[in-house]
Design a protein around this ligand. Structure first.
Ligand SMILES: Nc1ncnc2c1ncn2[C@@H]1O[C@H](COP(=O)(O)OP(=O)(O)O)[C@@H](O)[C@H]1O
Ligand SMILES: [Mg+2]
Length: 247
């Protein structure tokens, strides 16, 4: 079943067309990757789906409900939650309190929120930072905190905007494992990611944007061989290297 359906979505900023007639579905329970060069329109698409921008035309359906032009808090309450590419923790609050803010979307009970927040803290391996000021964290940890706070809202669709950017080596592997864990809990993921090596092994499907237009969609192993994707984004050499990777 399609949990999210984007139909003929167009978003214009004056004469600039950031998303042009984009259509796709995200199946419930899948990890779907959204890739493309800088300026391709990935973040704009997230902003349209999550209600931050009102699309110029087109429709967005979540769980069969037309959510086009709904405000962000209504979309979030329905279970579609996103993180921001530029992280926005509440810097003066500690890590646990930041996560609690997410949990309060579902309940006004402090005990219930605390239980959810503790679980998310643990799931994102942030226990040792629990009482640290969010503003004092490294960028990698701030991204993990964003993820924990989004998880605390108990989403059904989680949209992640470059949460793996800036991570290296083991951090990246941990992040991939975390996304697999999230999927195993039945949460559907739509993931904007530049790091193809991280996305390929975990994505069920990849959608490629270039200049606001969807140029390809399919399993990662197919998409990395797609001529348009190679020309617009991957390049021949990188495509060859990815093809050698185990999917
Ligand atoms: N609020 C905005 N006002 C004007 N132009 C915007 C705005 N947001 C994004 N854009 C433009 O839309 C295009 C797509 O941007 P974006 O969605 O951020 O791309 P990506 O996330 O793929 O790098 C870019 O040309 C960008 O400058
Ligand atoms: Mg972006």
């Amino acid at each position: 079943m399609a949990l999210l359906e984007v139909r003929n979505l167009t978003m214009k900023f004056g004469s600039l067309i950031a998303n042009h007639d984009v259509s796709f579905v995200v199946e419930e329970g899948a990890i779907v990757g959204l890739i493309g060069p800088n300026g391709a329109g990935k973040t704009t698409l997230f902003n349209c789906v999550s209600g931050v921008y009102k699309p110029t035309s087109g429709k967005i359906y979540y769980d069969g409900v037309d959510i086009t032009r709904w405000p962000p808090h209504r979309v979030a309450r329905l279970g579609a939650v996103r993180t921001f590419q530029v992280v926005r923790p509440l810097n003066d609050m500690n890590v646990l309190d930041n996560i609690l803010v997410g949990a309060f979307l579902r309940t006004s009970s402090f005990e219930a929120s605390l239980e959810v927040a503790e679980a998310c803290l643990e799931m994102c391996h942030l226990e040792e930072y629990r009482n640290k000021r969010a503003g004092s964290l490294t960028i990698g940890l701030k991204k993990r905190l964003e993820l924990a706070r989004a998880l605390a809202t108990q989403p059904r669709l989680l949209m992640l905007d470059e949460v793996m950017a800036g991570l290296t080596g083991t951090e990246l592997k941990d992040a991939m494992d975390l996304l697999r864990d999230i999927k195993a809990r039945g949460i559907t993921l739509l993931v904007v990611e530049h790091i193809m090596e991280a996305l390929m092994p975990i994505a069920d499907k990849v959608i490629v944007l270039d200049g606001g237009i969807k140029i390809a969609e399919g399993p990662p192993s197919e998409v990395v061989q797609n001529e348009r994707v190679i020309a617009a984004y991957l390049g021949e050499k990188f495509s060859k290297r990815l093809r050698g990777m185990k999917a």
